[in-house]
Design a protein around this ligand. Structure first.
Ligand code: SAM
Length: 275
């Protein structure tokens, strides 16, 4: 890890943390070591999202493991490029969400592992992108806002359970690994963070995933109402056909989206994909 405190490094570079880019830099070496130990138990090469000042990057690349680190901030990307020249790290100055999947195919022909201390504001789109990239990057270690991790890893029955928890529940094993206190960052954010690991199952055909997205979005569109009231413009037979599909998947149309376990959503997606 860069040996200086982020405050000093930023001052030396003449940079200030940019709130709009979620720049809360990890300032605790033990935590960085724990995250990277988790990541390094998974196969290289690594794709790091948002390397910032390189708190995780240096440790990831120890012993020469290949890392592609994608950073949107021009000043930080330039600093890292200078500092890490001649190492196994390649800095890509780009918005992770704007990089198209074929680019990752070119850079990671044999796949890899995703690592990142993510900017909070883009955590949902990043998770959706990880779903898209699941065949190329079946494993990920991510640090996010603690509440977001709790939502992503939630099971049915509580208010945290939502669309992304269902997707991960069906397509992956997602686990909260440990909590990281806000004081471990510079500047300290208003909330604590948590680290999670994700392992995607390798056998989910794209058509099934598309069907899953359609039915889950419909189910959660009005999550306080019963499932029979879900908007289903994608079904020619409307509500009657929807209730038939729910029942064929063993789901009670009088129940609510937040009570249905991932396995039942998978059954619903399969039933929908067959029609
Ligand atoms: N990894 C560093 C650490 O742990 O100290 C920095 C983490 S900081 C929470 C998030 C980083 O992601 C910042 O460096 C920020 O500039 C970068 N970032 C924000 N949005 C991004 C995007 N769309 N694509 C790539 N990097 C992004």
């Amino acid at each position: 890890m860069a040996t200086e405190h982020p405050r000093r490094t930023l001052a030396a570079l003449g940079l200030s943390p940019r709130k709009s880019l979620g720049q809360n830099f990890l300032a605790d070496r033990n935590v960085a070591g724990k995250i990277v130990a988790l990541a390094r138990s998974l196969p290289p090469p690594y794709l790091e999202i948002g390397p910032g000042l390189g708190a995780l990057t240096d440790l990831l690349a120890e012993a020469g493991a290949p890392v592609v680190a994608v950073e949107v901030d021009r000043g930080l990307a330039a600093h890292l490029r200078d500092r890490l020249v001649g190492t196994s790290v390649e800095i890509l100055e780009a918005d992770f969400l704007a990089v198209e999947p074929p680019e990752w195919k070119r850079r990671f022909p044999g796949g890899g592992t995703i690592v990142g201390n993510l900017p909070y504001s883009i955590s949902s789109p990043v998770v959706l992108r990880l779903l898209e990239l699941r065949d190329r990057f079946p494993r990920a270690v991510l640090m996010l806002q603690r509440e977001v991790v709790d939502r992503l890893c939630a099971g049915p029955g509580g208010k945290e359970y939502g669309i992304l928890s269902v997707y991960l529940g069906v397509l992956a094993e997602a686990r909260r690994e440990f909590v990281v206190r806000r004081a471990c960052f510079h500047p300290a954010p208003d909330v604590d963070s948590a680290v999670m690991s994700v392992r995607f199952a390798g056998d989910s055909p794209e058509a099934l995933v598309a069907a899953l997205r359609t039915v889950v979005r419909a189910a959660f569109a009005h999550r306080r109402k019963t499932l029979r009231n879900a908007p289903v413009p994608f079904l020619p037979g409307g509500t009657a056909q929807w209730c038939g599909l729910l029942e064929s998947a063993g789901i009670d149309p009088a129940g609510r989206a937040g009570e249905v376990p991932p396995s039942s959503y998978l059954a619903l997606a399969k039933a929908f994909a067959r029609i």
